[in-house]
Design a binder for this molecule. Structure first.
Ligand code: CA
Length: 226
């Protein structure tokens, strides 16, 4: 999942970026409205955390453009407790949720998880597919009750595949949603990570139990008994 944090308070932006990256999300930071619009134009975000009180361009203008260009992106707005009018306008303009400052990082992370779950079949914080299980709150995954020692990227890939169980996910889609701006789009980084993930699952590319390669399409997490 790829996130954009738009926040001009440096310390807060850095803390948010770090915490969300720790949860396995690819995070880009923008410190004003102009930069946010630039990033929104070139990237495809699953969720945007948007402070409404921004220099250069107002957060509500950013929101307006964001809703027009990326109707599927989830938006969580941040406002001061006193900015009731802005909050109401933001929600009326299509923001999905809000937090008033100051807030607990724990709460922000829970709201992010809830928003990102919305489009998927499951509303559960525990994802499961056959013998594969992932607790997205505790960040633990198991395969046949054996805890998996996954890197952040492997965890993020597995979470993405679990959320789309049974659907083929292309390399491009994984690159777009799991990696941030710094990745070279022509690398074989997805294949490398899928291979290490398979090894940790005890899976086999030729005769897969979990992750299938769909020729010309990408990868698919097999539904049990399929
Ligand atoms: Ca601000």
């Amino acid at each position: 999942m790829r996130l954009l944090v738009v926040e001009d308070e440096n310390d807060l932006a850095t803390a948010l970026g770090k915490e969300l990256a720790r949860d396995g999300y690819a995070v880009d930071l923008a410190e004003d409205g102009e930069e946010a619009l630039f990033l929104i134009e070139i990237n495809n975000y699953d969720l945007v955390v948007l402070d409404l009180n921004l220099p250069e361009l107002d957060g509500l203008e950013v929101l307006d453009r964001l809703r027009a260009d990326h109707p599927l992106a989830k938006v969580l707005i941040l406002t001061a407790r006193t900015e009731v009018e802005d909050r109401v306008r933001g929600l009326d303009m299509g923001a999905h949720d809000y937090l008033t400052k100051p807030f607990y990082l724990k709460e922000l992370k829970a709201r992010v998880r809830a928003l990102l779950r919305r489009d998927f079949v499951t509303q559960d914080t525990v994802l499961q597919c056959g013998h594969l299980k992932m607790d997205t709150v505790k960040h633990i995954a198991w395969c046949e009750n054996r805890p998996l020692d996954l890197t952040r990227k492997e965890y993020a890939i597995l979470r993405y595949l679990l959320l789309q169980t049974g659907k083929a996910v292309s390399q491009e889609e994984l690159l777009e949603h799991i990696w941030d701006d710094s990745v070279n789009p022509f690398t074989n980084v997805v294949r490398v990570h899928i291979n290490t993930l398979r090894r940790k699952l005890g899976d086999n590319a030729e005769n897969p139990i979990y992750i299938e390669t769909i020729s010309g399409m990408g990868y698919r997490l097999k539904e049990p008994n399929s």
